[in-house]
Design a protein around this ligand. Structure first.
Ligand code: AMP
Length: 235
C-alpha cells in the first residue's frame, strides 16, 4: 500500500496543550512539528534579522504580519523533512494565512490539512499559562504546581524559564486577539476536514482522541516512493 502524506493543523488558544500533543504525534507519525511561535522565539534568541523584526511584536502579544509569517512557513515547508507532511502548530492564525497555506500545499503536492481545533475555557487557559515553564535548551514544556524558580528540565537539566509572553498582561492580550481572530478561521475550515478537541482532559485522553480522528480521516496524497517514511501508525 502506498504511504500517505499527512498535513495536520492545530488550532486553539495558547495553553491548550497543542505543543505537548504535537510532540507526541510527531514521534508517532514521523513527521516534523512546525511551530511558528517556536521558530520566531529561536530567531529572536539568535539575534537574526528576522528575530530583531519580530521580537517587539511577540513581547506585546500581537501577531507578526501575514506576509512575514507566510514567507517563514513557505521556506520551512519546502525542506525535505516535510515531504511526508508536517504538523503545523500556531499557523495559520488568520484567514489570509490559511489561504496562503492552501496555495503552498497545492504547489508542494501535499494534501489538504486535517484541522484539529483544541478547545479550552479561558479560566483554564490563564491557569495553565501561568504554570507553564519551558526548557531554554530543548524547548520542552512543563507545568509547575507551585511558583518554583529552581525547577529543571528532565531531559537536559537546564533551569526552566517562563516564556516572556506568559505574563498576565500579555496573556490577556493574546487571548483577546485569539478570540477576535479564531471565529473567521473556524468558519474557513469548518466545512473541510475539521474536528473539535476537548482539551480540558488529560494529555493521554487527548492523544487517544487525536489518534481516533486521524485513523478515520484519510489523507489524500500519495508520497512519491523516494520520500516514503514511517507513517504506518495511522494506517
Ligand atoms: P505561540 O508560541 O504560537 O503562542 O506564538 C508566540 C507569538 O509568536 C505570537 O504571540 C505571535 O506574536 C507570534 N506568532 C506565532 N505564530 C504566528 C502566526 N501564525 N502569525 C502571526 N504571529 C505569530
Amino acid at each position: 500500500m502506498p504511504k500517505l502524506a499527512s498535513v495536520i493543523v492545530f488550532l486553539g488558544p495558547p495553553g491548550a496543550g497543542k505543543g505537548t500533543q504535537a510532540a507526541r504525534l510527531s514521534a508517532t507519525l514521523g513527521i516534523p512539528v512546525i511551530s511558528t511561535g517556536e521558530m520566531l522565539r529561536q530567531a529572536a534568541q539568535s539575534g537574526s534579522e528576522l528575530g530583531k523584526a519580530v521580537e517587539g511584536v511577540m513581547a506585546s502579544g500581537h501577531l507578526v504580519s501575514d506576509d512575514l509569517i507566510n514567507e517563514v512557513v513557505d521556506e520551512r515547508l519546502r525542506r525535505s523533512d516535510c515531504n511526508s507532511g508536517c504538523i503545523l502548530d500556531g499557523y495559520p492564525r488568520t484567514v489570509s494565512q490559511a489561504l496562503s497555506l492552501e496555495g503552498l500545499l497545492d504547489r508542494l503536492n501535499l494534501p489538504e490539512p486535517v484541522v484539529l481545533n483544541f478547545q479550552l475555557a479561558s479560566d483554564k487557559i490563564v491557569e495553565r499559562l501561568s504554570r507553564r515553564r519551558q526548557c531554554p535548551q530543548c524547548g520542552a514544556s512543563y507545568s509547575v504546581k507551585h511558583h518554583n524558580n529552581s525547577a529543571r528540565c528532565e531531559r537536559d537539566g537546564s533551569l526552566l524559564t517562563r516564556r516572556a509572553d506568559d505574563n498576565p498582561e500579555t496573556i490577556r492580550q493574546r487571548l483577546e486577539l485569539y478570540h477576535s481572530t479564531s471565529a473567521a478561521l473556524v468558519d474557513f475550515y469548518r466545512s473541510r476536514n475539521y474536528h473539535e478537541i476537548r482539551a480540558s482532559r488529560t494529555p493521554s485522553h487527548v492523544s487517544r482522541e487525536l489518534t481516533r480522528i486521524l485513523r478515520g480521516s484519510r489523507p489524500v496524497t500519495a508520497i512519491p516512493a523516494v520520500h516514503q517514511t514511517v507513517l504506518s501508525a495511522t494506517a
